[in-house]
Design a binder for this molecule. Structure first.
Ligand code: FAD
Length: 448
């Protein structure tokens, strides 16, 4: 019987395992996972910390499918087991049982590497003392520390994860300072003008945001940054991640410029027969930039894992690439982006573009619950092709970006978007949807 081994038991790894077993019920599938949990929702961690999710059954709401459930379906899941070496010639893994600290060898015919990403600790004294809440067991430890007491917290890094965690801590009644070296929140995801709306929303909710404030050190109870001392009974470090590829590199697998494993559109690792990789540990093809990028999102991890599972069992599935779509909600502000921001266009491409921002409302102006929405579009001068969209607004704003994602994916122009047949009813939209308003503004800017 052929044996498929999976390294990493979360989104990408268990998608691959499940898909492979569905296609070939006789396949021997073994999955190694360092933590006690499989198929968990890291994305839900901030909401669990903030107690939006019930704690009645501990961290159970974060577990989409437990190791026991996977075993019932026929996957040999080994939790608390770390893969510490890959030998591609002999097709063997060296694995370490983290309970007994014993090492052993496991053979494989096909391999899926789905080791995710690891947090980048900022290069300052004390940063390595903070455990990032990226896995459920780490989140449990952070929650336990919060339960023991303390009334102040410092969140380092004002990206979407930092902001979600800051909101969670405010909800728990802590005084929260948020620090970032950049002069805007969501520096990687949004243009500064759009980020201003997010900053206002975060401050309105009680997060004390300090921008242009470089971190100096982390000590017990205090964080030093920008020449000031911030009280910190608890610290969250959310300053970005890098692909977890150390064992893959040791095995001779190739990584790209951005540090992720190089894979083709079938998730096959370059130069290694029968070896696949998926999720946060790989580089994914960006359809607009026309080059690989490393993007860490659950959406891609699940799809790429499924594709790896299909191809590892003799199928033929391909991943079409990414265009940079992401959504979030910080306090009462919904945020979305897709395609390229104006800043990315300037820094990474030769596109000649116009960028416009239109303010509108999420529902008819007279309808209860309506509120502001800002839509920024980036379109190519000359062709009018839509290259990017950012949306910030109240409830009902963010998922509108999916329309923009489809428009970008299919190569639509803002002229086409302006006349798109989008729905209208007062409780859900003004008669001219905010996307149409923004597209009109873009058309005018292109024509002027
Ligand atoms: C707080 C937070 C919020 C997020 N919110 C969103 C969101 O709203 N939307 C979104 O799309 N994405 C979100 N993400 C990102 C998303 O969770 C990841 O992109 C996704 O989990 C990646 O899946 P993966 O399987 O590639 O990697 P991971 O989920 O990181 O899983 C990799 C697994 O491999 C295990 N592992 C690693 N090395 C070894 C080894 N050598 N041996 C055994 N096991 C190993 C790790 O323990 C881990 O469980 C969020 C992430 C975090 C941390």
């Amino acid at each position: 019987m052929s044996r498929l081994a999976i390294i990493g038991g979360d989104a990408a790894g268990m998608s691959a395992a499940s898909q492979a077993l569905r296609r070939d019920p006789d396949l021997d599938v073994v999955a190694f996972e360092r933590t006690p949990y499989t198929s968990y929702s890291a994305c839900g961690i901030p909401y669990w910390i903030g107690k939006d999710l019930s704690h009645e059954r501990g961290s159970a709401p974060l577990i989409v499918r437990s190791p026991e459930k996977h075993r019932e379906r026929g996957i040999d899941v080994r939790t608390r087991t770390e893969v510490i070496g890959i030998d591609l010639d002999s097709r063997r893994l060296t694995v370490k049982d983290l309970e007994t600290q014993t090492e052993s060898e496991e053979g494989f015919d096909e391999l899926v590497i789905a080791t995710g990403a690891v947090a980048k600790a900022p290069p300052v004294p004390g940063a390595d003392t903070v455990e990032p809440s990226r896995t459920v067991d780490a989140a449990e430890r952070f929650h336990a520390a919060l339960e023991r007491g303390g009334d102040s917290a410092v969140v380092i890094g004002a990206g979407y994860i930092g902001l979600e965690m800051a909101e969670a801590l405010v909800k728990r009644g802590l005084t929260v300072s948020m620090l970032d070296i950049a002069d805007q929140v969501m520096n990687v995801a949004l243009d500064k003008d759009m980020a201003e709306h997010v900053l206002r929303g975060a401050r309105d909710e009680g997060i004390h945001v300090h921008l242009s404030t470089p971190l100096e050190s982390i000590e017990p109870g205090v964080v030093h940054a920008g020449g000031r001392a911030f009280p910190a009974d608890h610290v969250v470090v959310a300053t970005g991640v890098r692909p977890a590829v150390a064992i893959a590199i040791d095995a001779g697998l190739e990584v790209g410029e951005l540090g992720g494993l190089l894979v083709d559109d079938h998730q096959r690792c370059r130069g290694a027969d029968g070896v696949y990789a998926a999720g946060d540990c790989v580089e994914s093809w960006h359809r607009l930039l026309e080059r690989p990028i490393n993007v860490q999102l659950g959406t891609h991890a699940n799809k790429q894992g499924r594709i790896a599972g299909v191809n590892a069992t003799g199928g033929d599935a391909s991943f079409p690439g990414v265009i940079g779509t992401a959504v979030s909600r910080i306090c009462s502000v919904e945020i979305a982006r897709t395609g390229l921001t104006e800043k990315e266009v300037a820094e990474l491409t030769d596109f000649d573009v116009v960028a416009v921002t239109a303010q509108s409302t999420t529902r008819a102006g007279y309808f209860p619950g309506t509120g502001p929405i800002w839509v920024k579009l980036v379109a190519e001068r000359g062709t009018g092709r839509l290259l990017g969209g950012q949306i910030v607004g109240v409830e009902g704003a963010a998922k509108r970006a999916d329309v923009l994602a489809v428009a970008i994916w299919t190569g639509m122009t803002v002229h086409e978007l302006e006349m798109m047949d989008l729905g209208y009813a007062p409780p859900v939209s003004p008669v001219y949807d905010p996307l149409l308003v923004a597209a009109s503004a873009a058309v005018r800017a292109l024509d002027s």
